[in-house]
Ligand binder design. Structure first.
Ligand SMILES: [Zn+2]
Length: 140
């Protein structure tokens, strides 16, 4: 999954070092970590539950959660490590981009996910939130 997403990011980034392959992006799973994951220069560290996946047995929601975390951290290799805000007041820029690319990346990697979400959102808008919530409650 990670190499496919990295190929999406490369054309969007103009930093010659990254585009020419001068940056190594390694992913490391550790048994314990205070965060789901953390980006470092060329190395993103993940708690095992946020990087190790068996698509044969993992639930849909687990795969989605893992994809969002993975894409977020890979995005930080470009926006956060190569391009770093001057001060913590501007950290929203790198986090905003990483969060944005969670959706870009998941859409690229799993296009049916966002297509399904878009259909459900349209349905909720047409029905109205009250009727939609009533329907969800009956569905359970
Ligand atoms: Zn982040």
């Amino acid at each position: 999954m990670a190499p496919r997403f990295i190929r999406v990011l490369k054309p969007l980034h103009h930093n010659k070092v990254a585009v020419q392959g001068g940056v190594n992006v390694d992913l490391l799973a550790v048994p314990k970590h205070p965060y789901a994951a953390m980006e470092n220069w060329g190395l993103s560290v993940f708690v095992e539950q946020k990087i190790l996946l068996d698509p044969e047995v993992s639930s849909f929601s687990y795969q989605m959660d893992l994809t969002m975390v993975l894409v977020h951290e890979i995005c930080h290799q470009w926006l956060g490590d190569l391009v770093t805000p001057m001060w913590w007041d501007d950290v929203w820029i790198k986090e905003g981009f990483a969060h944005y690319f969670e959706f870009v990346g998941s859409d690229f990697l799993f296009p049916k996910w966002n297509m399904g979400a878009a259909l459900i959102r349209m349905l909720a808008d047409i029905m109205g939130q009250t009727a939609f919530q009533r329907g969800i409650n009956r569905f359970q």
